[in-house]
Design a protein around this ligand. Structure first.
Ligand code: ADP
Ligand code: MG
Length: 565
């Protein structure tokens, strides 16, 4: 073996470790779930690698996870014979945090004073390997990458540094040994060397893991002699493959946590099976809150693809459109090749059909939620509405459904949002269009001179304040046959026929009286405006600027200008 090299944890990794060392989670048990989850990922990866490269010198005959306990030494080891890590990988994967958003997360935790809030945040993030330091004062990791001959030993006490050493021999895969904290020794609740404790945690958090999780257990036989035998602790049954009636609510929730690292319960669970020429099983979740990175560039999609119970890939973009990237879950297809690549997925007709079906199912689930549980729908919309509206631009097929499940602020109510259907129901006699205004905030729109006539005549106006609203509202033709009409564009005719009749002669006189002034104003302002018109729109402001029907809105104009166009 070579000499030991000491490295410093990257700053953010160190901060996260400090949070673990000081155990900001009240639930320390989850460290085991995290280690098992990593081991399970490593086994998945090895199986895939062996499929892809038949020459790879690896043994895939008995892939499993083993938990080993030494009560004397008070150590707990989680071992897998999976893909392992090279020395460089250990330094990069364990010594730094590649996850985007770590800095923001830590910043938020610093701002959040109460412990529950911090737990929430960190739960959302998924702490992974570092959670070992909630229960251990020293962690040793020994790993050998599939196909490599030398191995790497990593050790740290969770402080500022870790040690890395190259060693000559180690079994294929990874073992993580926790030197359990002495102060937990007396507390039964934290006795992570006790068989019942480990059994309970595995059952609760990791029962559905697809690989056997084995442990040596002591059995007293009839003569009072104890013998040791190996037992598989988990049932290994893929949750999505079970019939709906057999799955308990808590099992769904636990599986959701496993997938999402989110500690809150999902808002909706969608479990379905498609039979026929192309069979698949799917288990999807709509979370109850948006992940911190929902609007960050490169945010991943939450659907994993399996083929016949074998994990193929995370972040399967071919199965869920970007605007539904917050949906988490698993799709298990029966009739795909295990070697399937992204390129093939993109072209596969079955995959496209499957995606269409999944999208429809998610949207219809939201629709039902809106009809049956207003509160839940409200949570959904406030968390994900902005993302869903992106679909109005991207998903032409489902445009009308997306409009149906959308809600908007409106002059009808100060607080409650309205759906378009509700708006249409309230439309005044003779009103043909849906009026809206875009702007930076509700107050800004309400104070704009464009609103005056609409307010005076009692027309309801949608107040669209999300940046995405600018985009869809100019490209979506109508809802239920009613056009979207900006109150700041073109000639909006608000007068009823009767009013026009009465106003006729009076208006004509006004046009004459002001003709000179309007002509003069038009020539004076020629550089900036096309025409100066007499208007019946305003009730208190003397003048306002109106865009042409085909003009860009001020916000769009600003966006384009910012983009240098
Ligand atoms: P996450 O699993 O969310 O990526 P973790 O902190 O749990 O975050 O693990 C960090 C990375 O370390 C993993 O993504 C993986 O690449 C590597 N890793 C951890 N445990 C193992 C293991 N048992 N075998 C192989 N690689 C592992
Ligand atoms: Mg992990």
């Amino acid at each position: 073996s070579t000499g030991t090299e000491t490295f410093e944890f990257q700053a953010e990794a160190r901060q996260l470790l400090q949070l673990m060392v000081h155990s900001i989670y009240s639930n320390k048990d989850i460290f085991l779930r995290e280690l098992i989850s990593n081991a399970s990922d490593a086994l998945d990866k090895l199986r895939l690698a062996a499929f892809a490269d038949k020459e790879l010198a690896v043994d895939t005959s008995d892939l499993h996870i083993a938990i080993e306990v030494d009560r004397e030494a008070r150590t707990l080891t989680v071992r897998d014979n999976g893909v392992g890590m090279s020395r460089d990988e250990v330094v990069i994967l364990i010594g730094t945090i590649a996850k985007s958003g770590t800095a923001e997360l830590l910043e938020k935790i610093r701002e959040t004073r109460d412990a529950a809030g911090s737990q929430d945040l960190i739960g959302q993030f998924g702490v992974g390997f570092y959670s070992s330091f909630m229960v251990a004062d020293k962690v040793t990791l020994l790993t050998r990458r599939a196909g490599e001959s030398t191995a790497t030993r990593w050790e740290s006490d969770g402080g500022a540094t870790y040690a890395v050493e190259t060693v000559d021999e180690a079994p294929q895969g990874t073992s993580v040994t926790l030197h359990l904290r002495p102060e937990d020794k007396e507390d039964q609740l934290f006795d992570y060397t006790a068989e019942w404790k480990i059994r309970e945690i595995v059952k609760r958090y990791s029962d559905f893991i697809a690989w056997p999780i084995r442990m040596a257990v002591e059995r007293a036989d009839d003569d009072g002699k104890t013998t040791s035998e190996t037992e598989t602790l988990n049932s290994m049954k893929a949750l999505w493959a079970r019939s709906k009636d057999d799955v308990k609510e808590d099992e769904y929730k636990e599986f959701y946590r496993h997938l999402s690292h989110d500690w809150t319960d999902p808002l909706e669970t969608i479990h379905m099976r498609a039979e026929g020429t192309f069979e698949y099983e799917t288990l999807l979740f709509i979370p109850s809150r948006a992940p911190y990175d929902l609007f960050m560039r490169g945010a991943k999609r939450g659907v994993q693809l399996y083929v016949k119970r074998v994990f193929i890939m995370d972040d399967c973009q071919e199965l869920m459109p970007e605007y539904l990237r917050f949906v988490k879950g698993v799709v298990d297809a029966q009739d795909l090749s295990l070697n399937i690549s992204r390129e093939i997925l993109q072209k596969d007709r079955h995959i496209q059909l499957m995606r269409r079906r999944l999208v429809k199912k998610v949207l219809s689930t939201v629709k039902e939620m809106r009809a049956n549980d207003a509160e839940r729908y409200k949570t959904f919309w406030s968390e994900f509405g902005k993302a869903v509206k992106e679909g109005l631009l991207d998903d032409f097929d489902n445009q009308s459904t997306i409009l149906e499940i959308s809600s908007f602020a409106s002059t009808h109510d100060q607080e409650q949002l309205t759906t378009l259907a509700e708006y249409v129901e309230r439309m005044k006699d003779g009103q043909t269009d849906i009026y809206y205004s875009t702007g930076e905030s509700r107050t800004m729109i309400e104070n704009s001179p464009h609103m005056e006539a609409f307010r005076a005549k009692g027309y309801e106006v949608l107040l669209l304040t999300d940046p995405i609203d600018e985009m869809w509202v100019s490209s979506v033709p109508d809802f239920d046959g009613k056009k979207f009409q900006s109150i700041a564009k073109g000639q909006v005719d608000l007068d009823s026929e009767e009013e026009k009749e009465n106003a006729g002669p009076e208006r004509e006189q006004q046009e004459k009286d002001f003709a000179d002034l309007l002509g003069w104003l038009t020539s004076q302002l020629a550089e900036n405006v096309k025409e100066v018109r007499l208007s019946s729109r305003l009730t208190t402001s003397p003048a306002c600027i109106v865009g042409d029907a085909e003009d860009m809105t001020p916000t769009l104009e600003k966006m384009y200008r910012a983009m240098g166009q």
